[in-house]
Design a protein around this ligand. Structure first.
Ligand code: NAP
Length: 239
C-alpha cells in the first residue's frame, strides 16, 4: 500500500476534501489523525479523530504530543482546514478578515510550527498545504480568502527551503484546487458554479476524491523529489 504505516495528520478532516483524504489515506495503509472543529466519526479503525481547532495553539500542542506518544512519529501533515467569509472589500468586516486569516493562514503556521520539530528530528517528512486557484489568480468577493491562499504559497516555498537546509528530506508542497463539490462550495451561487464548470477545460466541477488523490501522491514516497511546488487540481480552469 502506498502509505503503509505512515502517521498522517489531516486538518479539516470532517468534511469535503479532508474527509475524502482521511478515508483514502487509511485505505492506503496510513494511521490517520483526523482533526476537525466538529465532532465526527469514521468507519475505518485506522482513522483516529481528534477535536481540534487550528487557531488553538494549546490544543494543537496537546494533540501533537499525544500523537507522538501513541504512534511514535509524524510522517505527514496535511494543512487542509479552511473557511470562507466572502464580501466585496467595501463590505468586508474586520471580523471576517481576521477570522479567515486566523484559520486559513495562521492555522497553517500553528500546525506546522508544532509538527515540524518531530520531522526535523526524524530527518524526513511531507507537508501538504491547501491553497486555491484563488490564491494565484484572485476572485471577486474573496479579499481575505485570496490573501490567505496566496500566503500559503509563500509559506510553502519558504518552508521547502528552510526545512531542507540541513539535508533533511522534508518536502513541502501546495495543492491549488479549482471548484470542487464540497459543503464549502454549496454556499457559492449556482450561477457562478455553472460558469466555473463551463470555464474549466474538462467542463465540470471537481470531486473531493480527485484532490485527495493528489494529496496521496504528495504524501507518499512516489513524490520523493518534488518540493516547493504548487500543483493545480482544477480541471483546466486556469490555462
Ligand atoms: P469543507 O467541506 O468546508 O471542509 C473543511 C472542514 O474544515 C470543515 O469540517 C470545517 O468545519 C473544518 N474547519 C473549519 N475551521 C476549522 C478550524 N479552525 N480548525 C479545524 N477545522 C476547521 O471545505 P473543503 O471544500 O473540503 O475545503 C478543504 C480545503 O480546500 C480548504 O482549505 C479550502 O479552502 C480548500 N479549497 C477548496 C475548494 C473547493 O472548491 N471546495 C477550492 C480551493 C481550495 P466547518 O464546516 O464548521 O467550517
Amino acid at each position: 500500500m502506498r502509505l503503509d504505516g505512515k502517521v498522517c495528520i489531516i486538518t479539516g478532516a470532517g468534511s469535503g476534501i479532508g474527509r475524502a483524504a482521511a478515508e483514502l489515506f487509511a485505505k492506503e495503509g496510513a494511521i490517520v489523525i483526523a482533526c476537525d472543529v466538529n465532532e465526527t466519526s469514521y468507519e475505518n479503525p485506522n482513522i483516529h479523530f481528534y477535536k481540534l481547532d487550528v487557531t488553538d495553539r494549546n490544543r494543537i500542542a496537546e494533540v501533537v504530543k499525544d500523537v507522538v506518544e501513541k504512534f511514535g512519529k509524524i510522517d505527514v501533515l496535511v494543512n487542509n482546514a479552511g473557511i470562507t467569509r466572502d464580501a466585496l472589500i467595501q463590505n468586508m468586516t474586520e471580523e471576517d478578515w481576521d477570522k479567515v486569516i486566523n484559520v486559513n493562514l495562521k492555522g497553517v503556521f500553528n500546525m506546522t510550527q508544532a509538527v515540524v520539530p518531530y520531522m526535523l528530528e526524524a530527518g524526513k517528512g511531507s507537508i501538504i498545504n491547501t491553497s486555491s486557484v484563488v490564491g494565484v489568480y484572485g476572485n471577486i468577493g474573496q479579499t481575505n480568502y485570496a490573501a490567505t491562499k496566496a500566503g500559503v504559497i509563500g509559506m510553502t516555498k519558504t518552508w521547502a527551503k528552510e526545512f531542507a537546509r540541513k539535508g533533511a528530506q522534508i518536502r513541502v508542497n501546495a495543492v491549488a484546487p479549482g471548484f470542487i463539490k464540497t459543503p464549502m462550495t454549496e454556499k457559492v451561487p449556482e450561477k457562478i458554479l455553472t460558469m466555473m464548470a463551463e470555464k474549466a477545460a474538462l467542463k465540470r466541477l471537481g470531486e473531493p476524491i480527485e484532490v485527495a488523490y493528489v494529496y496521496l501522491f504528495l504524501a507518499s514516497d512516489e513524490s520523493s523529489y518534488i518540493t516547493g511546488q504548487v500543483i493545480g487540481v482544477d480541471g483546466g480552469l486556469i490555462l
